[in-house]
Design a protein around this ligand. Structure first.
Ligand SMILES: [Zn+2]
Length: 531
């Protein structure tokens, strides 16, 4: 038994919203109240003074790519102000690398640097290692000569379909590969083994704890699932992970009879992931009306609502909900049509109403805005996308952006909100997401003091629930996750400052002082004394 005391506890339990002490038996909370009452009840408990810190339910990222994020941490961080800084980092890595070992990096942007970089610059600092650095956009990469040689890219190599090998005035490859040409080199990089992925995940997990995360909903695939199982078998998985199944494997899941919730409280099956459309950046999100400045581009719709319904019907028979990526208003409309049919199907066949989700709900038509709430469909949204994408949304969706990243609208219409980051697209730091949700401003204060479409701001209480109760509900775990109450799992974090009363800017530098998962302190800083 543990007894945490001298704390300000925010429970998210409406019947008992606050307390100053918390009793924990193994992995579960047994009581929340005042220290003397709890001491009388549990005299043998091990006491831990929390130094007046704030204790809150641990945060869950409802949309994250765990394998990709974990592996990205091993890459050279090329998101630098200047090219020189990036080159210095690559040079440091090259000095430690074995000859022939691949050096991978990510995050550069030629617009920030003022010009395209070149292979020769990498050759000068890393002549003995193939180097492959992807751009922040993931639509371009920068390779050195050693990498180009391995890929047999010469002045004679033809451009692949939908791709381009950038060439200089003499026709020689510059090292920049665009779109499908990236694969010429990218396709040669050896895949990490499952054990390597598991190791990378274990390191990533420790970073996530420091950020206050105690759970994630993972959208990566087979390798990620296998690595998670390996970590779990070693007893090292200390995050609550919900694992989704790609729709390409629906038949196999159906044949197996694999339903939602299979697994345990650490690693369990979620729902079936389907892609309805593309994204805003490359203008492939499916829209009712054209993109501004591109009169004949309405994006790409991968399938219509009818086809999606057929997947949903099959999934429902084994108890799997759908979780559908939908960015454009047309894509969201088609998903909602399918969900309407699915709800009827569930009713007619006496099946439970499954916890269907839409991932992103990035822009929605006014006529569709209320439909998620009406059908109890989970809006799985990423508040940080609103502030990252706002300029693009204004430029290409214009007026339609009034209902873009419309968190508050969804909440007002009664849709359960599950918030996340889509890491590694964005940082998984939930405090950056909380900041974006309550301010609709970037870290640098833009676009204005009021924020972008300020009517879409959430309160901190709503945002915190979106990172806790919402994901717990989506995982069918709301009876044991997301609150600090008796019989709930002891997943929590300790903060020095109160996020409900601090200046919103303080959120940008906030992190957990101590994080507990399943009754075990998985991270502690010197801020928390007696832990
Ligand atoms: Zn994603």
């Amino acid at each position: 038994m543990k007894l945490l005391y001298n704390a300000y506890i925010h429970t998210q339990d409406p019947s008992n919203p606050t307390g100053s002490a918390l009793a924990i038996d193994r992995d579960r909370i047994v009581a929340v109240g005042e220290v003397n009452d709890l001491l009388a009840q549990y005299p043998d408990a091990e006491k831990q003074n929390m130094g007046g810190g704030m204790i809150l339910p641990g945060l869950t990222d409802a949309h994250l790519h765990l394998k990709t994020y974990a592996l990205s941490l091993q890459k050279v961080d090329c998101e630098t102000e200047t090219k020189e800084k990036c080159l210095r980092r690559v040079e440091e890595r090259a000095q430690r690398a074995r000859p022939g070992e691949w050096i991978l990096g990510h995050g550069w942007n030629q617009n920030t640097w003022g010009a395209w970089p070149a292979a020769s610059e990498l050759d000068a600092i890393a002549p003995n290692n193939p180097v492959y650095l992807t751009a922040k956009s993931l639509h371009a990469s920068w390779a050195n000569t050693a990498a180009l040689k391995l890929a047999n890219v010469t002045s004679q190599t033809p451009h692949p379909q939908n791709g381009q090998i950038q060439r200089d005035g003499k026709g020689n490859a510059t090292g920049i590969l665009l779109e499908t040409a990236m694969e010429l080199v990218g396709g040669l990089i050896p895949e990490p083994t499952i054990a390597e992925i598991a190791d990378a995940m274990e390191k990533a997990q420790a970073i996530l704890w420091r950020m206050g995360l105690t759970g994630v909903h993972d959208f990566d695939r087979r390798d990620s699932f296998m690595a998670l199982q390996q970590l779990h078998a070693r007893g090292r998985l200390k995050l609550r992970v919900l694992k989704n199944i790609p729709v390409e494997l629906l038949d196999q899941a159906y044949e197996l009879g694999l339903g939602a919730g299979f697994g345990d409280d650490w690693l369990r099956i979620g729902s079936v992931k389907v892609f309805m459309d593309g994204a805003l950046g490359p203008h492939t999100a499916a829209m009712f009306q054209p993109y501004i400045g591109e009169d004949d581009n309405r994006g790409i719709l991968n399938m219509d609502g009818e086809e999606l319904f057929e997947y949903g019907r099959k999934a429902a028979q084994v108890g799997l909900a759908l979780t559908v990526h939908a960015i454009g208003d047309r894509a969201n409309h088609e998903v909602l049509d399918a969900y309407e049919q699915l709800r009827n199907y569930e009713r007619e066949n006496h099946l439970p109403a499954l916890r269907h989700r839409i991932e992103h709900v990035q822009v929605i038509h006014p006529d569709d805005a209320a439909r998620l709430g009406k059908m109890n469909v989970i809006a799985s949204m990423q508040p940080i996308h609103a502030t990252s994408d706002m300029l693009m949304a204004d430029a290409f969706w214009g007026e339609r952006s009034r209902l873009a990243y419309a968190l508050k609208t969804q909440l007002n219409y009664g849709a359960p909100l599950a918030l996340g980051s889509d890491a590694p697209v964005e940082s998984p730091n939930p405090f950056l997401g909380l900041h974006a949700a309550v301010t609709r401003r970037r870290a640098n204060g833009t676009p204005s003091a009021e924020g972008w479409y300020p009517e879409q701001k959430l309160t901190m209480a709503e945002a915190w629930e979106g990172f806790t109760l919402g994901p717990a509900y989506a995982a069918y775990m709301e009876n044991r996750l997301g609150r600090l109450a008796p019989n709930y799992l002891a997943d929590l974090l300790v903060l020095e400052k109160d996020p409900f009363t601090c200046a919103p800017e303080d959120l940008l530098t906030m992190g957990s002082s101590a994080t507990m998962v399943g009754g075990e302190w998985v991270y502690t800083s010197s801020m928390v004394p007696a832990v």
